[in-house]
Ligand binder design. Structure first.
Ligand code: ZN
Ligand code: ZN
Length: 367
């Protein structure tokens, strides 16, 4: 069902406003709690009501760019046509789209039929950072990195800023780890005329447990895993029960990586945490290495959560760069271009400092 959210007071369109956490009407200024616009019983049950599938002959000529969130390579088989609830135009989008914007009237459309069954999130983490904060965070990131070209902030252009909810699988579980560790302690002392080195070997066995609460892993192939991991953490105490009204004005799609596919990502983070805790626990040795390790998991709980991310697309000297910003905390990540000349400049500065220090030492030596 292609749905719009309209003001109960004046009928104008509502948007989710990150700063207030409310659905806001720009026209009359009224704010609504998203809970007031929860799924209707009919929506929760109704089947998808798309109009017949898009084909090349029957298309409207518009392309699907901007409709399919991040999936740049959708084939026509994956496309579907909805009637825009605002202007009535036929909007072409990916079958997996949950929330998008009409290419003709630029107003928000939520496809409530696409958040059913296994695609229905348990929770949503609402946006707290607004669109106006994205470019500011990008400029600050440019200035903070010493290896980026000096003029990148003024010479790069921001092409597009897009607010997205990314579906995440969130895992909670208990973990138990045990490890055999070989450790050595090396002691050197003087005995009479001799310097003696004493090496003591230890075979250690350590065991420990850990409770892992809400370990996140994004469930979209198109998202760069490394970037998504680096915009963490998220404050999950602010989760809200899922309701599609939160999605108005943003883009989102159904997950396309299963919970089972993503589980190793969550588990490898838990393993790293348990391993380093065991190593910390053995105390101090000169060297220590794990010879065998064993992990066991229980009481696993799984949640599907929509996580807010601002995507920023920039261009600098003909190259395109993508950045992601945590929509809750404002933490921004992405790869900035590197300027090889900056390394030379920094290298030259260090060389000069070293030369000056050496000169001072020489002069002091003469004195
Ligand atoms: Zn209104
Ligand atoms: Zn429209």
């Amino acid at each position: 069902m292609a749905k719009k959210y309209s003001c109960k007071n004046c009928g104008a369109e509502l948007y989710f406003e990150p700063k207030s956490g409310k659905l806001h009407c720009d026209y009359c200024g009224t704010d609504y709690d998203p809970a007031e616009y929860d799924f209707t019983a009919e929506e929760a049950l109704s089947d998808d009501d798309t109009i017949p599938q898009y084909s090349e002959e029957g298309g409207t000529g518009a392309d699907a760019d901007g409709q399919a969130a991040t999936d740049e390579s959708v084939s026509t088989d994956d496309l579907v046509v909805y009637k825009c609830p605002h202007c009535g135009a036929e909007v072409i989008t990916s079958k997996k789209t949950v929330a998008t914007t009409c290419v003709y009237c630029n107003r928000a459309i939520t496809l409530t039929g696409n958040v059913k069954g296994e695609f229905r999130p348990d929770y949503v983490l609402p946006f707290e950072k607004g669109r106006d904060e994205v470019e500011k965070a990008y400029r600050a990131l440019c200035r903070s990195s010493i290896l980026t070209p000096r003029k990148i902030s003024s010479e790069s252009t921001v092409e597009k800023i897009k607010g997205m909810y990314v579906p995440y699988w969130i895992y909670s579980f208990d973990g138990k780890a045990s490890a055999h560790i070989h450790a050595e302690r090396v002691r050197t002392f003087i005995s009479g005329q001799d310097e003696v080195t004493e090496i003591s070997n230890y075979e250690l066995f350590e065991e420990g447990t850990g409770e892992f609460v809400r370990v996140p892993a994004d469930a979209m192939k198109a998202m760069d895993n490394e970037m998504m991991d680096t915009i963490e953490p998220f404050d999950f105490s602010k989760l809200e029960k899922f309701n599609p009204a939160y999605l108005t004005g943003f883009y989102t799609q159904q997950w396309d990586e299963t919970a089972a596919e993503n589980e190793p990502r969550a588990k490898s983070r838990a393993k790293d945490a348990l391993s380093s805790e065991l190593m910390r626990h053995i105390g101090s040795y000169t060297t220590a290495r794990v010879t065998s390790e064993n992990f066991a998991w229980k009481d696993q709980k799984l949640e599907l959560v929509m996580i807010p991310v601002w995507m920023l697309y920039t261009e600098y000297k003909g190259e395109k760069y993508v950045f992601g910003m945590n929509g809750q905390t404002g933490k921004m990540m992405g790869s900035l271009p590197r300027d090889p000349m900056r390394l030379v400049e920094i290298g030259a500065a260090i060389f000069i400092i070293v030369q000056i220090i050496l000169m001072i030492i020489r002069i002091m030596g003469v004195l």
